[in-house]
Design a protein around this ligand. Structure first.
Ligand code: GLU
Length: 265
C-alpha cells in the first residue's frame, strides 16, 4: 500500500523498554541499529523527528541508584543525568552515519501559549529544512504538574506530530501492535492490522500500564492514536525490537497496526 510513499515528514517514537536493557542501561547495539535505519530514511529523502524516552532509566543506571525513583524530585534528577547520556549516544551514532541531531525538550505549557507554540513550530521547521534530526523528550527535570507534564512520551509524540505537521507517526514498542485479546495470556489472540475508528470497543482491547522503566502501555498509545488521527495524521503501532521493520514499510509492506487518519474537510 506504500504507507511511506506520501509521507515526507515522519515522527518516530521509541519507548524506554525498547531502548534500554533490563539493567536500565542504554542498549547501545539497539540504538545504533535504530539510528542507522533512521539515517537511511533521511537519506531516502524523508524528514525524521525522533521522540525518545530512556532518560530516567539511563540516569538511574548511570549513577547506580539501585531502584526506581520514588519521588518527583528523584525522577527529575535522574532525567537530568540520563538525558545528556542519551543525547551523547544519539549524537555519536547519528554523526557516524553523517547526520546532525538537535535536542528539543518540551513542556506542555509551550503548547498552550500561542507565542511559545509558534516559536517551537518554527524551530522544528528550520531544523528539518536544515536536514537535522530533532530528538525530542519531555523536559522531565522541570515538568512537575498537570500544566507542564504531557503524561508520557506516547502523548508527547502525538503533540509533536501535530506541531510539526507530520505525515505519519510511528510508535515503536515491544509488542507487534493492537491485538483482539491479550497475546500474553491468549495464544489465539489476533493482531488487528487496521483501525478506522478508535471508539470504546477499541479501548476495551487495551491492557493496563506499560513496563517498570517506561510509563506507556496500550491505553496511552490509543489515546495518542486518537489525537493524531483526528488531526488527519495516520499512526502505526509496531514492534520496534528490530528497527529493520521500518524497511518493510519503506518497501511498501504492512506491519503492526495502522490507524487511519480522519478526513478533515
Ligand atoms: N520522558 C521519560 C524518560 O525519558 C519517559 C516517559 C515515558 O516513558 O513515556 O525517561
Amino acid at each position: 500500500m506504500g504507507y511511506f510513499r506520501d509521507s515526507k515528514r515522519v515522527v518516530v517514537k521509541v519507548g524506554t523498554s525498547t531502548l534500554t536493557h533490563n539493567t536500565g542501561h542504554l542498549n547501545l547495539r539497539y540504538i545504533e541499529k535504530l539510528v542507522k535505519v533512521l539515517s537511511d530514511m533521511q537519506n531516502w529523502g524523508m524528514q525524521v523527528v525522533l521522540v525518545s524516552s530512556g532518560a530516567v532509566s539511563a540516569g538511574v543506571a548511570k549513577i547506580g541508584f539501585g531502584r526506581i525513583p520514588s519521588t518527583p524530585e528523584e525522577k527529575q534528577a535522574m532525567a537530568a543525568i540520563g538525558q545528556s547520556e542519551l543525547m551523547k549516544m544519539y549524537d555519536k551514532f547519528f554523526s557516524d552515519y553523517g547526520h546532525t541531531v538537535a535536542q528539543i525538550l518540551m513542556t506542555k505549557e509551550v503548547l498552550s501559549n500561542p507565542e511559545r507554540r509558534c516559536a517551537a513550530e518554527n524551530t522544528f521547521c528550520r531544523l528539518l529544512e536544515m536536514r537535522c534530526i530533532p530528538v525530542v523528550n519531555e523536559n522531565d527535570s522541570v515538568s512537575t504538574d498537570e500544566l507542564t507534564k504531557f503524561g508520557g512520551n506516547d502523548i508527547l509524540s502525538a503533540y509533536v506530530a501535530e506541531l510539526c505537521q507530520a505525515d505519519l507517526l510511528l510508535n515503536l514498542t515491544d509488542i507487534d501492535g493492537l491485538y483482539d485479546s491479550d497475546p500474553r495470556s491468549n495464544p489465539d489472540a489476533h493482531l488487528i492490522e487496521r483501525v478506522e475508528t478508535i471508539d470504546d470497543s477499541i479501548f476495551a482491547l487495551a491492557g493496563g500500564a506499560g513496563t517498570d522503566r517506561g510509563t506507556g502501555g496500550m491505553i496511552a498509545k490509543l489515546n495518542a492514536a486518537k489525537m493524531v488521527t483526528e488531526k488527519g495524521i495516520p499512526m502505526f503501532i509496531l514492534n520496534g525490537k528490530d528497527p529493520d521493520i521500518l524497511y518493510t514499510l519503506l518497501d511498501g509492506g504492512h506491519v503492526g497496526t495502522y490507524f487511519t487518519a480522519k478526513k478533515n474537510d
